[in-house]
Design a protein around this ligand. Sequence first.
Ligand SMILES: Nc1nc2c(ncn2[C@@H]2O[C@H](COP(=O)(O)OP(=O)(O)OP(=O)(O)O)[C@@H](O)[C@H]2O)c(=O)[nH]1
Ligand SMILES: [Mg+2]
Length: 450
Amino acid sequence: MAKNTWINQAGRDDLAVSEERAVLVGVLLDDEKLSDTTLVELTELARSAGAVVVDKTVQRRKTYNAASCVGKGKLEEIRQRADAADANLIIFDNDLSPSQIREIEAVTHRKVLDRSELILDIFASRARTAEARLQVELAQLEYTAPRLRGMWTHLERIAGAGGAGGAGSVGGIGTRGPGERQIEIDRRIVGRRIAFLKDKLAEIHRRRVREVAARRDYFKVSLVGYTNAGKSTLMNALTGAGARAEDRLFATLDTLTRRVELGAGRAALLSDTVGFIRNLPHHLVASFRATLEEAIHADLLLHVVDASSTEAAEQIAAVNEVLHDLEVPDTPMVIVLNKVDAVRDETLLTILRHEHPKALEVSALTGQGVDQVRNLIDERMRGERTSVTLSIAQRNGKALNFVDRFADVDEREYDEDRVIVHARMSPRALEELHKIAADVRHVDVNGHDE
Ligand SMILES: Nc1nc2c(ncn2[C@@H]2O[C@H](COP(=O)(O)OP(=O)(O)OP(=O)(O)O)[C@@H](O)[C@H]2O)c(=O)[nH]1
Ligand SMILES: [Mg+2]
């Protein structure tokens, strides 16, 4: 197994991660039904983290067992399944307490991960920019640090027993966190590191706010939605941005912003953002706030939905919940039913249409309906605009330039040394124009100064 897995980001692809063989465990509480979709998402998550799922098992219970989540007998069965399938990893579909993890590891002699840790691990392996790495490290420290002591001493034992030789050789999924380094450092240092990361992130956040503010004269649109819904693919279809789109959960971690041309020289800014998932670990949501600054300050949210998924309705609800957690203000939001080319069950699509009568239907992959999205952005952008008549000095090139870029000009009249411009523009752009050019005057239709 690989060493120092999280320090050497570049070498991550060489890790023997794909050889991690995982048994998935789900617990169905009383009212939950076993369905085709049980453990499907966890399977996708495990696959995205690079594991091979070798077995799955579900236990029905009234409540979670306080000591070990599932009961004693089931634990023993899981151990046997892991033996039979030669698995080295057990992943639970729900979150576990540190003591539950310890107990399960003690019985199964395998590395145990819960759902949040798995998600954090995927984020750790995907984080490319400095900002994303800081965010993931913070979330991992906050979530994982309290669990480290028991987990790591135990992992050391497992590694030792396997003859691999010490904690340094424990690697792979779930250990890509700050784990190895912290094994011997005490909580105070962790606390200091957390404070440092928070400081850094606060700084980045302030910069982001400034960046977003600097683009205030643009109409800003953010793509939000469940992971794998097709946000990056739609981004590419609309802007030719070359955003990474993949059939993996959490392909995108960093916000990417590009101009989207709307025709006739008009343009808006479009941002692709990190995908959401149900029960997103809340530390992760908190630390990704800065990345989601674009969404928070957007003029319009396009909520991209995988309409071909049988879980589409649940996914829409999960996204709305995260947006609520993020305290996204009451930004206008339009649902975009994507992947209509792949819809197999027309009944589900009919239900979605019924629930969201104003939704657009598109296929970002084939390009079907993408123009409708463009038109919608254009309409919303223009709808925000009011008609103005401005008087601008002809020599004020800066102001005239600004008007060209940010207003729809209907007519220009030349009057001695001034240009009278009849145009439509947003209140924000107008405000900005007054800042850069103090001599711009509003005139009424008769040509008199207001
Ligand atoms: N059939 C079909 N597949 C699509 C469509 N749009 C996207 N996909 C596929 O869905 C997968 C996920 O697409 P992405 O664009 O990466 O999804 P995303 O929402 O950006 O996902 P994350 O960044 O992981 O949150 C890719 O394999 C895409 O090719 C579509 O309209 N039809
Ligand atoms: Mg993406």
